[in-house]
Design a protein around this ligand. Structure first.
Ligand SMILES: *Cc1c(COP(=O)(O)O)cnc(C)c1O
Length: 366
């Protein structure tokens, strides 16, 4: 059986069937039904957030989050190229101009010392990414945002359940977006959410996922359809019951990886972050001066049916569709470029056994 970079967490077949059974009686399959309401309540509790709006996926949640800020089109948004395409696409699809900032070389989140140089009179927001579940420097970002009156929208797709100084990742910035895609730490098959402090955003975010209709007879915004259905919500309700065990199991796999790989010359692991309760979303390894390159390691694992991922490579600022942007070009973000060429994300999921971690490490270290 092939070992992929990730493997979806699922409840037992019986547990899920029990959860969806009543949908055959209610015949209410989507449009903010009972399961949707319950998952919202459960997640508010788990993420300790005062407000949450569910979406059919993380990408549309991010578009909703950005759109809800009411920015004038053509304004600039500072973000990083070391992320999944979704982050940048959401900014651009909302009619805004992505401005690429480099990352720091320790945890690969946005380099807070390089943000201010990119701020112009057109800048309206920062969209930082808690990449791999590593928390951005939320304090410095808040300070910069306050000073320049910018909004902060976190791409928290990787940071479900992460806490910084005891505060949930859902509570930083103006809004945070979570992805509940099948490959993420917590999944609703496909799914996502926006969390926020300002409860007046609730009605906007609700309307934006439902064609912009405030009531069936009141078209308030031009918007699409991004509602989470009852089957997705039911999967979320089930998965949330087991999330703490799942994260703990991921943690065990990570401990084993660290035991085996730390100290090897030319192998760089992300340090555990201070004051952070991690979720072990990913296990990135940077091969810098190791006896094999990243691509060689990738190729060595493949014949063993072990599929690692070059996350995140290539950088988004090297994408063809962004070549006309003023800050396009990988050379403008040298740290991100350096990491993207050397990083490999190793398989990590709750059911990953110590035996398989050892097999992977044996191949890397041989
Ligand atoms: C997964 C992901 C998204 C998009 O979420 P979907 O639920 O797949 O739409 C956005 N940003 C990052 C960093 C992601 O990893």
């Amino acid at each position: 059986m092939s070992i992929n970079v990730t493997r979806s967490s699922m409840p037992s077949y019986e547990e899920y069937c029990e959860e969806i059974k009543e949908l055959w009686d209610s015949r209410w399959l989507t449009n903010m039904g009972k399961k949707h309401k319950q998952l919202e309540a459960d997640l508010k509790d788990y993420l300790s957030t005062p407000n949450i709006t569910l979406y059919t996926n993380g990408h549309l949640a991010l578009e909703g989050a950005i759109e809800s800020m009411g920015f004038e089109r053509g304004k600039e948004v500072i973000t990083t190229p070391f992320t999944f395409a979704s982050t940048t696409h959401a900014i651009a699809r909302c009619g805004l101009v992505p401005v690429f900032c480099d990352i720091n070389s320790v945890d690969y989140t946005i380099d807070v010392d390089k943000i201010e140089a990119l701020i112009t009179e057109n800048t309206v927001a920062i969209v930082p990414v808690h990449v791999y579940g590593n928390m951005c420097d939320v304090e410095k970002i808040e300070q910069i945002a306050k000073k320049h009156s910018l909004k902060v929208i976190y791409d928290s797709a990787h940071a479900f359940g992460v806490k910084y100084k005891g505060i949930s990742s859902a509570n930083f910035g103006d809004v945070s977006m979570f992805s509940f895609h099948a490959t993420k730490v917590f999944n609703t098959i496909e799914g996502g959410a926006v969390t926020y402090k300002d409860s007046s955003l609730a009605s906007v975010l609700d309307d934006l996922k439902n064609f912009g209709l405030h009531t069936p007879e009141e078209g308030k915004y031009i918007a699409g359809n991004a509602k989470m259905n009852e089957f997705q919500a039911a999967m979320g309700i089930c998965n949330l019951r087991h999330i703490n065990e799942e994260i703990a199991k991921r943690g065990q796999a990570v401990s084993r990886y660290r035991e085996r790989l730390s100290g090897a010359e030319g192998i760089i692991l992300c340090p555990e972050q201070k004051d952070v309760l991690p979720n072990y979303a990913y296990f990135p390894v940077v091969f810098d001066g190791y006896k094999y390159t990243r691509d060689e390691i990738f190729d060595k694992l493949k014949p063993h049916d072990i599929i690692a991922r070059k996350y995140f490579y290539p950088l988004i600022n090297g994408f063809d569709c962004y070549k006309d942007l003023e800050t396009a070009g990988e050379d403008k973000t040298p740290v991100a470029k350096h990491i993207a060429q050397r990083v490999l994300t190793l398989p990590l999921f709750a059911d990953l056994t110590e035996e398989i971690v050892d097999r992977i490490c044996d191949i890397i270290l041989e």
